[in-house]
Unconditional design. Structure first.
Length: 500
């Protein structure tokens, strides 16, 4: 094949798994680096479990991550006629056969072999359960049958080179004559995936390591169909801290991509994080972990994928450890450093949902709004922090952290009188700035005999409701004189309410 063609082929039967997102990302990076084509295919043939809601979740997640596809989405269900035609081709060449043994008969043969000391019994030909003449009699009567692939057992091992795990060689006697078509004529996964990859001319199949055991059968199918075998690259699994595979049933929402979107993670940060799960873009001696999308494309290669399973550390029972600490740290870095023009499209929906967005932020208050964002984001971890910890800067309706009130207001009862006095001095300042507010506060502290630190901390909590944040005087400049004065004058009521 002249150019690289990769694909992501999820089954839309539930949430969009972080592991699936990593497979999509690596396939996308490979295609982008090689100037190739990235195909999105939805394997929607599980009629009972595939839902439109799951399809929508995958499409939304891919779009949110910025993993744009060049072809698709292709729906596997639309390709079923081709799958059936390929099975007919295999029947015609003798590479497949109709099997009339019932499931009960096959099960009995397996149990008998196990009792005789052969626990690894395989289905190895049309007469390994019932005789050929019985097969013919049932065929003449129109009995139901499946179509099985005839595994060639005298041509040596099935060999292929995996681009991550290296050379592979499988004894064909370890393989069943696997089923291609059910008794109702519908194709099974093993046939469908090969047919679909052939239709899309996929050159590189990049997928999870749990599919490695399927590959020998698929190699045989390609060969029997006279088709070129694609390159395979199997990715190490992503395991939870306890060593088990990650699942939503066991580990909660931390394994679902949409959780990260809904919790205020930036898509660029998420892409950066999942790229590091089992692969390192860093060059020798390089320790940084923040990489732009362009850098990931430039540096991506399959040779640097680790064969060991990736570890994903989190504790679903601790709100502070809801996801891997590396994911949190990377997102915090993106929140702090992403240029505002790139950050705002992601931030605006968060502020709208919180009732904090004002059209003036794009108009008369644009300069103030952007300067305030630059000030407050230094301590933020997610976009939701702008609506939570940043609320006091954008609205007059904000909560007071009880711990902050206890620590910074109630411990010094004299603040009930001093903060309104500070409000009067701030209101009377000829020029309002961080420096002039500081001068007024320190003068009041000296006159009253109260430590400047106690007054500064009381100011911060009275104005923002929090114990931490930007410098107290700088935040006063951001919040504005009118709001600062009003909040300082309202501090005694906050203290009285908390102390009641």
């Amino acid at each position: 094949m002249s150019s690289s063609r990769t694909r992501f082929a999820p089954s839309p039967t539930g949430y969009f798994h972080v592991g699936g997102a990593r497979t999509a990302l690596f396939s996308w990076l490979y295609a982008r680096q090689h100037g190739g084509t990235f195909v999105l295919r939805l394997e929607d043939t599980d009629r009972e479990r595939s839902t439109q809601a799951s399809i929508d979740i995958i499409l939304e997640g891919m779009s949110w991550l910025g993993l744009d596809w060049d072809e698709g989405p292709i729906y596997q269900s639309q390709n079923l006629p081709d799958h059936v035609a390929k099975a007919a081709q295999l029947l015609a060449t003798g590479a497949a056969y109709r099997c009339y043994a019932t499931p009960a008969e096959s099960g009995a043969a397996r149990e008998a072999a196990k009792a005789a000391g052969n626990p690894s019994w395989k289905y190895t030909g049309p007469d390994c359960v019932i005789a050929l003449d019985e097969q013919a009699r049932r065929a003449a009567q129109g009995a139901p049958s499946v179509v099985r692939f005839r595994v060639p057992r005298s041509t040596g091992p099935v060999q292929f080179r995996d681009l991550v795990y290296g050379d592979q060689a499988i004894d064909p006697n370890e393989l069943d004559d696997f089923v291609l078509l059910r008794t109702d004529g519908s194709p099974l996964y093993m046939l469908s995936v090969v047919c679909d990859d052939l239709l899309s001319q996929i050159s590189h199949v990049i997928r999870g390591q749990d599919h490695l055991s399927n590959t020998p059968k698929q190699v045989l199918l390609y060969q029997a169909l006279g088709a070129p075998v694609p390159q395979f690259a199997h990715l190490p699994l992503i395991m939870a801290a306890g060593g088990e595979k990650m699942s939503k049933r066991k580990h909660g929402d931390a394994v679902s991509v949409t959780t990260y979107r809904d919790r205020g993670v930036l898509p660029a940060a998420m892409v950066n994080f999942i790229a590091l799960l089992g692969w390192s873009p860093a060059s020798e001696g390089e320790t940084r972990e923040i990489f732009t999308r362009a850098e990931l494309i430039e540096r991506f290669n399959l040779e640097r994928i680790n064969r060991s399973n990736a570890k994903f550390t989190f504790d679903q029972h601790d709100a502070r450890k809801w996801t891997d600490p590396k994911a949190q740290a990377i997102n915090a870095e993106y929140v702090r450093t992403t240029p505002l023009d790139e950050l705002l499209p992601h931030l605006r929906p968060v502020l709208l949902a919180a009732g904090l967005w004002q059209d003036e932020f794009d108009g008369a208050q644009r300069d103030w709004f952007r300067a305030t964002l630059e000030l407050i984001r230094e301590r933020f971890w997610t976009l939701l922090d702008f609506a939570d910890q940043g609320r006091a800067y954008l609205s007059d309706e904000f909560p007071y952290d009880p711990k902050a009130v206890q620590k910074n207001l109630l411990k010094e009862p004299r603040l009930a009188a001093l903060l309104p006095q500070l409000a009067d001095r701030v209101a009377g300042l000829t020029a309002y700035s961080a420096d002039t507010v500081e001068e007024a506060l320190r003068a009041l502290a000296e006159e009253s005999g109260v430590g400047a630190g106690a007054l500064i901390n009381g100011l911060r909590t009275a104005v923002t409701g929090q114990a931490v944040g930007p410098g107290a005087f700088v935040l006063c400049e951001a919040v504005g004189r009118e709001r600062v004065v009003a909040r300082l004058r309202g501090a005694p009521a906050v203290m009285a309410s908390a102390g009641a």
